[in-house]
Write a protein that binds this ligand. Structure first.
Ligand code: FES
Ligand SMILES: [Fe+2]
Length: 417
């Protein structure tokens, strides 16, 4: 166990500028991403920049198409293009009228050169596979043909049993800062003054910080890095400083997900622990409401912005639970938890990005035990990122458990092999 931890720490800390993770400044490409609630795409095309590339989402006859938002002629935005031939599933560039079939991307006319233009059939605009499920548009921007959507999008979102609630915003910062900081001990500190937790008693730290790579998650059928911490230490004595945190009368409730038997987390839809998965989304049980499962994607826009896409799956058992749940979501769980609470994470992503810019590298620097989570996440990406990671096959699934209570050594020593 000890030597494994040290190997992990050493390999992650020596993550080089050439590693898949270091190179993924604008995200991992070969995945489906949720990009927009379908109801927000009207008859006008919508421009988005994702994973460093501009794309235009276009709805025609209730089908959604995604094409590169640059005309191959001189780069005019196709999202400003025109539907000159309604009913034909084409879009005409507003500059010189090159007209493209939305499904195939092939150029079917160059209007300002006449019907016999010789670019017809010879030019193509890039198209991206797009699918709409549960009211959300998903896009594949990777190489080659896409994997089935079900491989990338959690089953609890796609299942007809779940009611889906989406919130999203554009955030300043590099997506990796959010992924790395999504777990790993900040909860007790950063979120202490959150309105969402005002009446909750918060601990001081986890008695043991654990991260566990689960190569085949039984619910979502994919690798997850789970935060499997032991129980909270509610208060402790810090030498020369005193007890922390102070007890407050108004903090009368312990966080909902800690209310299980003997203080352990309770299971919801088969999920017990917070976990992160590729290409960069976190899964949280009992958030933003009890019995819901929450997912948040960090989808790079460019090196300094990302789309923060929050999707929660709710499982009301009857119409009353559904009405009450929706009401509670609209007045509290949505704006206060998914909104204000998660904006605290957003703020430190900004700070981390500026820090990284000034340091000139993307790498965790000084390490303490809870950093086991970001370090293993980096390692997981380097190993598993589809089409980019170092691992080529996983015919030998295994579990790896790391106990971060073991002291961390950054230099390789004899006992680490
Ligand atoms: S730039 Fe699009 S047709 Fe010329
Ligand atoms: Fe957080």
């Amino acid at each position: 166990m000890e030597s494994k931890l040290r190997q992990n720490i050493v390999s992650a800390a020596s993550d080089t500028a050439e590693s898949p993770y270091s190179k993924a400044v604008t995200g991992f490409k070969n995945y489906w991403y949720p990009v927009l609630p379908e109801r927000l795409l009207g008859s006008k095309p919508k421009r988005m920049v994702l994973l460093g590339e501009p794309l235009a989402l276009i709805k025609r006859n209730n089908s959604v198409y995604a094409i590169q938002d640059e005309c191959p002629h001189r780069g005019a935005r196709m999202s400003l293009g025109k539907d000159e031939f309604p009913g034909t599933n084409t879009i005409a560039c507003r500059f010189h009228g090159w007209t493209f079939n939305l499904a195939t991307g092939s150029c079917v006319a160059a209007l300002t050169e006449g019907p016999s233009s010789n670019v017809v059939g010879k030019v193509r605009i890039r198209t991206f596979p797009a699918e709409t499920r549960k009211g959300i548009i998903f896009v594949w921007m990777g190489k080659g043909s896409p994997v089935p959507l079900e491989e990338d999008i959690p089953a609890l979102i796609l299942t007809p049993e779940s009611k889906i609630k989406v919130r999203f915003r554009q955030v300043y910062g590099n997506w990796r800062q959010h992924a790395e900081g999504s777990a790993g001990g900040h909860f007790f500190m950063l979120h202490r003054d959150s309105i969402a937790l005002l009446y909750h008693e918060l601990g001081a730290y986890n008695a043991i910080s654990l991260a566990q790579l689960q190569e085949h998650d039984p619910v979502d059928k994919r690798p997850y890095l789970l935060e499997t911490n032991s129980d909270y230490v509610w208060q402790d004595d810090y030498p020369t400083l005193g007890n922390w945190p102070p007890k407050r009368l108004w903090r009368f409730s312990r966080p909902p997900r800690r209310r299980g038997a003997r203080g352990t987390s309770t299971v919801v839809q088969g999920i017990k622990h917070i976990g992160i998965s590729l290409p960069g989304f976190l899964r949280v049980p009992h958030f933003p409401q009890n019995n819901a499962v929450y997912y948040e994607w960090y989808i790079a826009i460019d090196s300094h912005h990302y789309l923060y896409m929050q999707i929660s799956a709710h499982f009301p058992k009857n119409i009353f639970q559904r009405i009450w749940g929706t009401l509670w979501y609209n007045i509290w769980a949505g704006p206060i938890r998914k909104g204000r609470f998660n904006n605290q994470d957003k703020g430190v992503v900004r700070d981390g990005t500026e820090f990284e810019d000034r340091m000139g590298v993307h790498r965790p620097t000084s390490l303490f035990q809870p950093d086991i989570f970001p370090l293993m996440w980096i390692e997981m990406c380097n190993e598993y990122a589809r089409g980019e990671g170092w691992r080529v096959s996983d015919t030998n699934p295994k579990w790896r458990e790391v106990d971060s209570k073991i002291p961390i050594y950054l230099e390789k020593d004899d006992s680490s092999s």
